[in-house]
Write a protein that binds this ligand. Sequence first.
Ligand SMILES: O=P(O)(O)OC[C@H]1O[C@](O)(CO)[C@@H](O)[C@@H]1O
Ligand SMILES: [Mn+2]
Length: 441
Amino acid sequence: MAEPPASLSGQDVGSFAYLTIKDRIPQILTKAIDTLHRHKSEFFEKHGEKGMEAEKKAISLLSKLRNELQTDKPIIPLVEKFADTDIWNQYLEHQQSLVSESDGKPRWFYSPWLFVECYMYRRIHEAVIQSPPIDDFDVFKESKEQNFFESQESIIALGTHLQELLKTIEDLDENNLKNEFFKLLQISLWGNKCDLSLSSGNTSSQKTNIINSLEQFKPFILVNDMEHLWSLLSNRKKTRGKGTVSRVDIVLDNSGFELVTDFILADFLLSSKLATEVHFYGKTIPWFVSDTTIHDFNWLIEQVKHSNHKHLSKCGVDWENYIKMGRWVYHDHIFWTLPHEFCAMSQVAPDLYAELQKAHLILFKGDLNYRKLTGDRKWEFTIPFRQALNGFHPAPLCSIRTLKAEIQVGLQPGQGEQLTASDPSWLTTGKYGVFQFDGPL
Ligand SMILES: O=P(O)(O)OC[C@H]1O[C@](O)(CO)[C@@H](O)[C@@H]1O
Ligand SMILES: [Mn+2]
């Protein structure tokens, strides 16, 4: 097979990758520094002088990182010993080996965008863990929580919709059930608009009732494989024997509003018996500002459970029960916060690959997962999704993603060119979305 194309990179002046490294990432670092500053008195109350010293140290490490980036310094190895440090440093050496002698070392604007962007978040984490006793501080926690609170109205509308639906779910005919499934899939798709990394950590919440807008948003779904998902799950429901498992895995993206939409979908999957188990995968460290950690996952369920709104609190009670009964399972793995493309997973994290192979369907939420599925490369728009996956097929899978990076595969001939002509920024604003499936039909 021909070599895959080159990686997206900040070398391409004016590209979205370039602008992200030049503008968006330094803004995110500045915000992280500001957040630490604002928590100074909290650190003092909790840890006394030691807390103040730690805050200073973390800030100076982050300022140094921002300077390295803005002056395009070489990318340096991680120093603090952590579960993934060796793998990261090996990957760095690998990147080093790809740079020819005359070009010197991997650098921010020169190396693959996926690598340097992941590295930046890993270095933020390093700055924090090098600063005990505040080494468990999540610099993005505040903005994730704010996103949840600012989306309250929309969240209540979703909780109410779900609870109303559950009342009659047993009586729905096939067609109605399918329609509801499609609605909740689209809600989960548009929920992905609300990440905080694209907006440089600024608020990006959902303020209107998304259910009423689904028809209006439909023309913006560029690849729509929802029918495949329905066939796969409904056929399995009809043919599976009593007591057999139907497992859907969701590789999560953002906390806050998007996570609520994923929970609503996951609840529907169980309640409709389209699945008997849902497994979730989150991040082990704070990542791309808004990504879900176990802390965010539990925090959100607690918040929903204690809501004053009766439909919403019922959702929270049910979700907690699913976890207790093992029908919802949360998994951690360091692979999700490594810089590797997913086609390397079977080599780098064979245990995770084996876990994913147990699923009957895997849903990959969000843009970063799409970049990792396709290797973040300069593919032509018409290249088949399967080819871009480059051998990554643990189980039937579907990317549910709004477009926030200059990469899209599997389009019809001329479709990409037409979009470029009518809406030049179509790849990066989150206005368009895909349900892109790979697997036997
Ligand atoms: O939360 P999502 O959908 O993965 O999006 C995060 C996105 O942030 C960006 O990195 C911008 O900084 C996107 O290009 C990236 O993929
Ligand atoms: Mn994200």
